[in-house]
Design a binder for this molecule. Sequence first.
Ligand SMILES: Cc1cc2nc3c(=O)[nH]c(=O)nc-3n(C[C@H](O)[C@H](O)[C@H](O)COP(=O)(O)OP(=O)(O)OC[C@H]3O[C@@H](n4cnc5c(N)ncnc54)[C@H](O)[C@@H]3O)c2cc1C
Length: 457
Amino acid sequence: MSKPDALTALGEMLGDRFSRSKSDLDLHGRNETYFPLLPPDAVVYPETTEEVAKIVRICAAHGVPLTGWGRGTSLEGHALALKGGISVDFSRMNRVLKVHPEDMDVVVQPGLTREELNRELRATGLFFPVDPGANASLGGMASTRASGTTAVRYGTMRENVLGLEVVLADGRVIRTGTRARKSAAGYDLTGLFVGAEGTLGLITELTLKLHGQPEAISAAVCAFDEIGPAVDTVIQTIQLGIPMARIEFVDAATAAAFNSYAGAEMPEKPHLMIEFHGSASAVAEQAESFGQIVADNGGDGFSWSSRPEDRTALWTMRHNAYYACLGLRPGATALVTDMCVPISRLAEAVEETRADIARSSIPGPILGHVGDGNFHAILLVEPGNEAELAEAKALSHRMVERALRLGGTVTGEHGIGMGKLGYMEEEHGQAWDVMGEIKRALDPSALMNPGKMVPGN
Ligand SMILES: Cc1cc2nc3c(=O)[nH]c(=O)nc-3n(C[C@H](O)[C@H](O)[C@H](O)COP(=O)(O)OP(=O)(O)OC[C@H]3O[C@@H](n4cnc5c(N)ncnc54)[C@H](O)[C@@H]3O)c2cc1C
């Protein structure tokens, strides 16, 4: 049992789809945010479930760790091979296997990205709504239980994955779920693997729910003098049951970032960006009700657009917010926080966070999917400046404590990876030990993305 023997066997099996080139190792050792380079020992590019199962069996026989790699867009070092071993890159498993328009579902391979899927679906009148901004892979999105701008209307990956095919740590291939919209048959294994960050097995196929493209879409931006009234507008809109498809908050610093990065002409104030989906009359009615709430809260500069090009420009700008914010401090890297609280505590969560960041020396624009009570501060630090990183981590730590104090979670959508592992016990208590027991039952040798998610892994 040895790593060199495993590497030799994998090389013989996969030929040029096995790589130990420095560029490949570095590419798969890099994270979007502040984590240091952690290259794996090798990268493999399987094309079928059978190949994934063989790769896992070879690694299991030699005690070599495996870490899945979708598009590497996760923000907490999830896909880094912390204990070395093999990075399993799913980019060649990127096919749509079967669309069932009449049942509004689709079967896909895990390396397909959400944008590729929606391009393939265009002619069907259906779409896949989960939108984490980055063009992530669907296997990676399932593994991090991703969500994003549209979760307030369509749910997260948890609500949109019907079933999975998974290769377990011993090479067995199992199926979870069915194409039925509901089932009361046994433990919810689909729910277990969604959000497991590749620590329980490798996903090789997903069955996903689709949604009908709305007849009418209307989007708008409005500005507020202070954060409080903007957040109150969101809370009142939700409490009145107005069904928005997206409602995003950006603070004054993020508006300034949009102006310099995307040539927007936004007043440097807090803003809401909103979108409604539905029939033409429903969308008009919702827009009117929302406009009234905005006016009651002193919002201004409010105008609707149903022109596709305006909406595309608006959401492209929002999707590029991370890079726009990085541009506020050229050369900076980021620590991205991810608080999520019950909606009634959102105003104090945002306000306390803003005041805390203002007292620090770290620039930290705030933005988020406020309809879910979820927001981020993008803490901009100079690469290699340990004092700044420590200050940013202290801010992030206080945000986590604030989230828990207000009845929320340490991560609404980005996940645990390496950055949030230290908070699992505080959030889950003894339930975290149970997660460890599940891990040991499915992966007793701790080969699947080791060092992540559970105690002592
Ligand atoms: C600019 C920007 C904005 C973002 N905004 C959001 C947002 O709004 N909402 C949000 O939820 N996220 C957001 N993210 C984070 C990111 O897009 C998600 O975490 C995404 O879901 C990860 O997908 P990926 O394909 O890049 O996976 P990777 O980063 O490659 O992997 C993520 C995790 O999944 C595991 N994995 C990957 N594929 C498999 C597989 N087939 N089987 C088992 N395990 C696997 C990896 O080992 C790793 O643990 C953002 C990221 C960026 C860069």
